[in-house]
Design a protein around this ligand. Structure first.
Ligand SMILES: [Zn+2]
Ligand SMILES: [Zn+2]
Length: 72
């Protein structure tokens, strides 16, 4: 039984009331559950926060390149 709302399954609105997993986050490996905001990129799914924190790495992994202009 949930220690917050004292119900099992949780009442709607309980902080422990997580929805059903829908996708798995490519970065942290945790479930992306119903109601979560997520990003899809290149066939992978990410939590909103994970994606924002790692957007540059994700882009670089997917073929984006960083260079120094004029450095030939
Ligand atoms: Zn609860
Ligand atoms: Zn994540």
């Amino acid at each position: 039984m949930c220690s917050v709302c004292m119900h099992s399954p949780c009442l709607v609105g309980c902080p422990n009331d997580v929805g059903d997993p829908v996708y798995e986050c490519e970065l942290c490996g945790d479930d992306i559950v119903e109601g979560d905001e997520y990003y899809e990129f290149d066939g992978c799914y990410y939590h909103e926060d994970c994606f924002k924190d790692n957007a540059f790495d994700i882009l670089l992994d997917s073929g984006a390149e960083k260079g120094t202009a004029g450095d030939y």
